[in-house]
Ligand binder design. Structure first.
Ligand code: AMP
Length: 533
């Protein structure tokens, strides 16, 4: 396996193969076969653009050949930063086809994250677009080039300026290399708690299972139409079953970069959408939108997860939208649980259901790592055929994040009910879940402390009716005359991801501390929740 990855122990790998979880087929081949099988059907829709499976096969094959000509081949890492546009899918299929490893950056990532991802992954190429939502990614590419010289190729969709135009990377060759299905197919990013995103190597075998099993769980077939609202770079909209799982099944994937009901509802109707994945804040936005406009989404399954889904909100969504709800819990590292369509309403509204497959192992553990009885709270530890055994090139982190026998410590506090359904209670570790995007508080605090006028800083999540949680930064200032807005501008300038910029900055004389001398975040959360005087 690629150096820096942690393989499953042989006996586990053998069992997962024997039991049919791992098929031993590269993902690029499986997706290409789906393109050939469904050649005449529509594969992708984006605005007025429509691509049939045949077009997708052709475009991705030409690009795959072009990548090989450039010298991008098996196990080379390529950072991909594209929003929900067809190019994303073409690039993914092409990279998978040649066995190169896409490293999936989010559109909101900026200099700090993208240079880190390039350097940490050892990427030789960066694929991005000219502009999106007012941001010029070519500017970012210039910084990447300067700071990470190992990135030899910058491919840009749209106006490439001095870089290589993505659509010029084409070739007729089809002598594609043999791809080993036990190797990483892609690197997802951890929604992690400390520092910068960690790289999650997902193998062809495990991610192909991920696509098939989630599609099966939701009954996705060629008749289905999947709407990708959240960034496709995130595993929820990418492969659970998301766009790739839908394509593998021969269905149609609709991509949108708008989340607004006024734009999305007509699209749902026009394309006959049957399934979409939403974070809870979007469910709320859509429920309010539907109530205003008298729209209902009967015939659509809403797969909801990534953050706490309040039972009352779930009930209202079901009533107003008249949609089918499927409640999911999961993570880039793998493990997923979900409620079943036939489950009692109470289970769907107030639990995250049961694991995706029989080989998933779940332990709810106390602080010493010992299992607690059903009904009691503890940390959720998980292991299974699509849950990784380690992050890429991160032995020290792996020693903390995984138990000696290979369980991933999720950092989530859960309880298993006697009926087997899991309830997520909260998190052990410090992260703000802002509309499903995870903001590692320590990282933002470190950035804040680099500002010459900031003596100290503490970031907390505060409950919010729209985003689920908002990030509040309490700052102790050296210069009390300083305009707080200039601190936000400073963070932006440093190149911190957009969603990590604190929603509010609150100046304080000093940070409160607990008896053991830690910053008292509970007290800060409490004071943040108070109305502004
Ligand atoms: P990510 O890898 O970015 O998808 O983040 C995974 C984390 O999201 C999990 O460890 C949980 O903390 C959180 N999460 C995902 N689904 C849910 C859910 N249904 N309820 C509560 N938290 C969730």
């Amino acid at each position: 396996m690629l150096e820096g990855c942690v393989p499953w122990p042989d006996e586990f790998a053998a069992r997962y193969r024997e039991d049919g979880y791992w098929l031993g087929r590269p993902l690029g081949e499986l997706l290409h076969e789906a393109c050939v099988r469904h050649a005449d059907r529509v594969a992708l829709v984006s605005g007025e653009r429509r691509m049939r499976y045949r077009d997708l096969a052709e475009a991705s094959t030409r690009l795959a050949g072009g990548l090989l000509d450039l010298g991008v081949g098996p196990l080379d890492r390529v950072v991909v930063q594209l929003p929900n546009v067809p190019e994303f899918v073409v690039v993914m299929l092409a990279l998978l086809r040649v066995g190169a490893i896409p490293v999936l950056a989010l559109p909101g990532h900026r200099k700090v994250e993208v240079t880190h991802l390039c350097a940490r992954s050892g990427a030789i190429a960066y694929v991005t677009m000219d502009q999106f939502q007012g941001f010029d990614y070519r500017e970012l590419a210039r910084t990447v080039r300067e700071e990470v010289p190992a990135v030899r190729h910058v491919l840009v969709a749209g106006d490439a300026a001095e870089f290589t135009a993505l659509d010029s990377v084409v070739s007729g060759r089809t002598d594609f290399p043999r791809v080993d299905p036990a190797e990483p197919a892609l690197f997802l990013l951890s929604g992690g708690t400390t520092g910068l995103p960690k790289l999650i190597p997902r193998t062809h075998d495990d991610y192909a299972f991920n696509l098939r099993a989630t599609a099966r769980a939701l009954g996705v077939s060629a008749a289905d139409v999947y709407l990708a609202v959240n960034p496709v770079a995130h595993t929820a909209a990418l492969g659970c079953p998301g766009v790739l799982g839908t394509l593998l099944a021969g269905g149609k994937a609709v991509l949108t970069t708008s989340v607004r009901p006024e734009e999305v509802f007509p699209l749902i109707r026009r394309e006959g959408v049957t399934l979409t994945t939403l974070v809870p804040p979007l469910v709320r936005l859509w429920t309010d939108g539907a109530e205003r406009t008298g729209t209902d989404l009967s015939g659509v399954t809403l797969q909801v997860g990534s953050a706490k889904f309040d039972p009352e909100q779930a009930r209202r969504a079901q009533e107003v939208l008249r949609c089918r709800l499927s409640h999911w819990f999961g993570m880039g590292e793998g493990m997923m649980t979900h409620t079943r369509f036939g489950d009692p309403r109470e289970v769907i509204l107030s639990t995250v259901g049961r694991p995706l497959c029989e080989a998933d192992e779940i332990v709810v553990a106390d602080e010493s790592g010992a299992p607690v009885p059903d009904g009691q709270e503890g940390e959720l530890l998980v292991r299974g055929p699509y849950t990784v055994r380690g992050y890429y090139r991160a032995p020290e982190m792996n020693a903390r994040a995984f138990t000696p026998d290979g369980f991933f410590r999720t950092g989530d506090v859960a309880r298993r009910r006697p009926d087997g359904n899991i309830v997520i209670v909260g998190r052990i570790t410090d992260v703000v879940n802002r509309a499903g995007e995870k903001v590692p508080t320590e990282e933002v605090e470190e950035h804040l402390r680099t500002h010459p006028a900031v003596r100290d800083a503490a970031v907390v999540g505060v409950e919010d009716p729209i985003l689920g949680e908002r990030s509040y930064a309490f700052v102790v200032l050296r210069d009390t005359e300083l305009k707080l807005s200039s601190i936000k501008a400073y963070l932006r300038e440093r190149g911190l991801a957009t969603y990590k910029i604190p929603d509010r900055l609150i100046p304080v004389d000093a940070l409160p501390h607990t008896a053991v001398g830690k910053v008292d975040k509970a007290a800060l959360r409490q004071s943040a929740a108070k109305p502004v005087s």
